[in-house]
Design a protein around this ligand. Structure first.
Ligand SMILES: *Cc1c(COP(=O)(O)O)cnc(C)c1O
Length: 364
């Protein structure tokens, strides 16, 4: 199965040299070599995000970064505005609620982006809002939120922190954290960062750090105090997923060496290629193209074919693994992931597989 074209929105396929990095022998995570690795990774991660804030690596999936954002900045009973445009947006609101926040939910139709002016109106009705939780790139619908405008509105209207699920956007689309006033950005190794699953990353502004100092939500494993304290001596508080760390260290350096701008431009080009390809074979992009994601493309399944059958046929016959629709979009959309190290031929191959799958299913 080595030539499977894995086109889901994470985990992403890994180039040979990253696979080799994961195969390295274990080291002492409290030794000098690890200290060197963690210091290089922290600096590179902050460079990619354009932040002078703090940054930490947690052993968790992406959801761990969302949970860390909540437990480290909020207190039980805090009012939170959850902006949701899909299933990951709902998850962020659910996590806040699970920890006792009082969550107001602002939801958009799936396939649409959040409207910054609606955020403004909603915030005016909640003057004591402590934080806004919002997805940057909604992987379930292939929509990118106008996160810069949303952040601007939040800071105009309130003292609320802006906590961003950037799991599927960071390192794939522009996200200058400090310039855009984002307070916590969470992401994960298996997305555009081109590493295996296992490491969640978070970056925090000074405002977020100050909120952390008074946050009373109970926490232990994700308590950022421990990560900060240990980082000072070049260590993690707990044993990290070392194999993933090796790969992520390699990939972070590769991103810096290629150039952040170049990496983002490459993602935009593959996204455009995917949208053009889908349209060329007669398919419709699920969201309006002006808000379409540059890391995952959602495509409407034509009404005369079964979306689930498309996914299994493309897998079984053409060796292309597509993403399906989640929850209420099950069977209605297919998703093509193009985050990470993606070449034009991977996209061509995926579009061809979709075209041939459609024709096979229609002529059965
Ligand atoms: C992948 C993803 C997550 C995290 O998923 P995990 O399975 O916990 O890694 C969160 N938000 C978005 C938008 C994602 O795409």
């Amino acid at each position: 199965m080595s030539d499977l074209n894995l086109r889901i929105p994470g985990p992403v396929p890994l180039p040979e040299e990253v696979l080799q990095a994961t195969g390295r022998q274990m080291i002492n995570h409290r030794g000098p070599e690890f200290a060197e690795i963690i210091s290089r990774m922290t600096a590179n991660f902050k460079t990619v995000l354009g932040t002078r804030g703090r940054a930490y690596f947690l052993t968790a999936s992406g959801t761990g970064s969302m949970e860390a954002a909540i437990v480290n900045t909020l207190s039980s009973g805090d009012r939170v505005l959850s902006i949701s445009i899909g299933s990951f947006g709902n998850r962020f609101g659910d996590i806040a609620e699970a920890y006792g926040a009082e969550v107001t939910r602002m939801e958009s139709e799936w396939g649409e982006a959040a409207d910054p002016e609606m955020v403004r109106r909603t915030l005016r009705s909640m003057p004591d809002c402590a934080a806004v939780v919002v997805t940057h790139n909604e992987s379930s619908t292939g929509v990118m939120n106008p996160i810069e405008q949303i952040s601007r509105v939040v800071h105009d209207e309130s003292d609320a922190l802006v906590l961003v699920d950037a799991v599927s956007s960071a390192a794939g689309v522009p996200l200058p954290m400090d310039d855009w006033g984002l307070d916590v950005v969470g992401t994960a190794s298996q997305k555009s960062w081109i590493a295996p699953p296992g490491i969640a990353m978070i970056a925090m502004s000074d405002r977020a750090w100050r909120a952390h100092e008074t946050s009373t939500i109970p926490k232990y494993y994700f308590d950022i105090d421990q990560y900060e304290k240990f980082l000072q001596i070049g260590q993690p508080p707990f044993t990290p997923a070392l194999s993933t760390i090796y790969a992520l260290d390699h990939s972070l350096q590769a991103i810096i060496d290629e150039g952040v701008e170049e990496v983002l431009t490459r993602h935009a080009a593959r996204a455009q290629q995917t949208r053009n390809g889908a349209k060329r074979i007669g398919l419709e992009i699920f969201p309006d193209e002006s808000i379409a994601s540059d890391t995952v493309t959602a495509i409407r399944v034509p009404s005369d074919v079964d979306g689930k059958a498309m996914i299994s046929h493309a897998r079984n016959v053409y060796n292309v693994e597509l993403g399906g629709g989640q929850e209420k979009l099950a069977g209605q959309i297919i998703r093509i992931g193009h985050m990470g190290w993606v070449m034009p031929e991977h996209i061509d191959e995926s579009i061809n597989a979709v075209a041939k799958t459609l024709s096979d299913l229609r002529n059965k």
